[in-house]
Design a protein around this ligand. Structure first.
Ligand code: ADP
Ligand code: MG
Length: 584
């Protein structure tokens, strides 16, 4: 047996095992990089629980075209230059390992534009090899897409858990950062479905409402405590909100989510006399202390930290929670006499809750509702999921069922509604695409296996002329000869649609519009994409899918008609229905 040095690539793959354990670890590292780059908007999207795709886009400072390769070299970092710097560390990253590791076990595309540069750079890396570097028009910020994670390390792939479990980890990581950085707007999508969105208002309470739901937030108390140079802020639950495990005790130290069972114990202990055995609170607690009082460099994923004086930290946290608890219970006691039902007297940040109440319209339930399980339907969805902060355009509707796999039947305060599922979904998708396009100036493209399509030379000339517009709408098209084109990328919302269908529909639509203006073309492309993305008539939907459509429609501009001028709703009032029954 000869001793040989491992080649660099193998070293990377082994090291990757330490940093990148699962898709959620990728999400964590990318989010941290975005935060370090001063982003105020971070968008996380995944496909197949991150196994097929993890994409994180930010509007941070970007990476200069000169440095971009360096970002993928092990131990290359812009954040520290010496070990001394670690003592004053304020950035989340510092090991310069994450990108190199991730790039060694995936196919990675980075598109970035530095804040001081006119044009962006795109780099494609597979198993640490740079396959392509090109200049590309891009907004300031960074988009990193990781496809086929662990494709070259099958052993690791095998250890991944089921999709729901991996998704849960990704969601958990994203929510943690959204809570820790409430001034950053976070959006999380799994398989094109928005599961979380924070407002970026800067209020932790707002994020907790989105993450845990208003119901739980009503039972949380604000912590705001300082002792010496140690500050403890956050929220912790009243004894009325308990869990049977510690999984909802979330801790941050100097802006970093950490796991520390000992500190979790400090928090649980603070509830002595308030909670029974095996009961645990829900807590989101952030501790800030001078950087040199804590060592973050003890674990490759930085999930554990070491305190110079662990006992001191333990005591401070315990006091912070205990005092909050005692104060609130005192307040509760003294106001008990005048306390009305539904008064959130446990909560010290009532103004906060009240301010948000306008956006939350629980309907009053009667006993019949309860018996028929509406209660579960209405409240099992966390406030916030799939409900962006938009004004309501429709009353709250309750899904009853589906007719002929074409219409959704819903009940509202004014009677019965029949909703054309295709027209409704088209309206939703169209508004979403339009908003994204207007806000960002482009739609993200999803790279596909290139496919060719034969068509007329007129269309090829048209595509050549309008290539930038097509690209800005996510369609990456290359003319190929005089009467063929190659499709290399589609808007990300179409990533799982049949490419055949896309080619067919796009070609016929554009052939009929060869003389339109740029402005009109943009409109046509948005509508084309929305059409291709929409649920068709004839598709059987489950309750959750119908509910998701109805919920989104309730906050959609122009919900009454589809963008192609079809009717979305038929409405029958209670009286009309009664009238019909009176006729003999
Ligand atoms: P670290 O974060 O420990 O420095 P990484 O491998 O995660 O190491 O990143 C390497 C370098 O790439 C960072 O130091 C930073 O300069 C750059 N970088 C990574 N992601 C981004 C991003 N989203 N925006 C701007 N720069 C980034
Ligand atoms: Mg990093």
């Amino acid at each position: 047996m000869t001793i040989r040095l491992l080649d660099n690539h193998v070293v990377s793959q082994i090291a990757a095992g330490e940093v990148v354990e699962r898709p959620a670890s990728v999400v964590k590292e990318l989010i941290e990089n975005s935060i370090d780059a001063n982003a105020s908007y971070i968008h996380v999207s995944t496909r197949d629980a991150g196994k097929r795709l993890v994409r994180v886009s930010d509007n941070g400072d970007g990476i200069s075209s000169e440095d971009v390769e360096l970002a993928f070299v092990r131990h290359a970092t812009s954040k520290i230059t010496s070990l001394d710097d670690l003592q004053r560390l304020i950035s989340l990253g510092f090991r310069g390992e994450a990108l190199a590791s991730i790039a060694s076990v995936s196919r990675l595309t980075v598109t970035t534009r530095h804040i001081e540069e006119e044009i962006g750079t795109q780099l494609l890396i597979e198993s640490s090899n740079i396959l392509k570097k090109q200049s590309i028009g891009a907004p300031i910020g960074t988009i990193i897409s990781i496809e086929n994670l662990f494709f070259n390390t099958p052993a690791r792939l095998k250890f991944l858990k089921t999709d729901p479990t991996e998704k849960r980890h990704i969601t958990g990581v994203t929510l943690n950062y959204a809570m820790m950085y409430p001034h950053i707007r976070f959006v999380l999508e799994h398989d094109n479905r928005e599961v979380f969105r924070s407002t970026g208002s800067g209020e932790l309470g707002d994020v907790i409402i989105k993450a845990l739901g208003l119901d739980q937030f009503k039972n949380m108390m604000e912590i705001d405590f300082q002792q010496g140079s140690v500050e403890v802020v956050g929220y912790t639950s009243t004894p009325e909100l308990v869990r049977s495990d510690r999984s909802k005790i979330i801790l941050f130290v100097n802006g970093r989510a950490i796991q520390d069972s000992n500190l979790a114990y400090a928090i649980t202990q603070a509830y002595q006399g308030f909670l029974k055995d095996k009961q645990y609170p829900v807590s989101v607690i952030s501790i800030t202390l001078p950087p040199d009082w804590v060592d973050v460099n003890v674990h490759p994923t930085k999930a554990e930290v070491r305190f110079q004086d662990h006992n001191m930290v333990f005591n401070v946290i315990q006091r912070a929670v205990r005092e909050t608890l005692l104060q609130s219970s005192g307040a509760q006691f003294s106001s008990l006499v005048t306390r009305k039902e539904n008064d959130f007297s446990w909560n010290r940040s009532q103004a906060n809750v009240r301010g948000l109440e306008t956006d939350y319209e629980p309907r009053l339930l009667n006993d019949d509702d309860r018996a028929s399980g509406v209660l579960r339907d209405t409240f099992s969805i966390p406030v916030g999921a799939g409900m962006p902060d938009k004004p309501r355009t429709l009353p709250v509707l309750r899904v009853v069922g589906q007719i002929g796999a074409v219409y959704i039947v819903a009940e509202g305060p004014a009677g019965m509604y029949l909703i054309d599922q295709n027209a409704a979904h088209l309206r939703i998708n169209y508004e979403q695409l339009k908003e994204e396009f207007e806000q960002r100036g482009y739609l993200e493209s999803y790279e596909i296996e290139p496919q060719t399509k034969d068509t007329s030379s007129k269309l090829i000339a048209f595509m050549e002329k309008h290539k930038p517009i097509l690209e800005a709408h996510g369609y990456r098209i290359e003319p190929f000869g005089t009467s063929t084109y190659v499709l290399r990328g589609v808007p990300i919302i179409l990533a799982d649609r049949s490419i055949e269908d896309i080619l067919q529909y796009l070609t016929t639509t554009l052939l009929a519009k060869l003389n339109i203006s740029r402005q009109e073309l943009s409109e046509v492309l948005l509508l084309t994409t929305a059409t291709l993305a929409s649920i068709k008539s004839g598709q059987v939907l489950n309750h959750q899918e119908m509910q998701s459509i109805v919920k989104q429609l309730e906050r959609c501009p122009n919900p009454l008609t589809s963008p192609d001028e079809r009717r979305v709703f038929l409405h029958m009032s209670g009286e009309q229905i009664a009238q019909e029954f009176k006729k003999s």
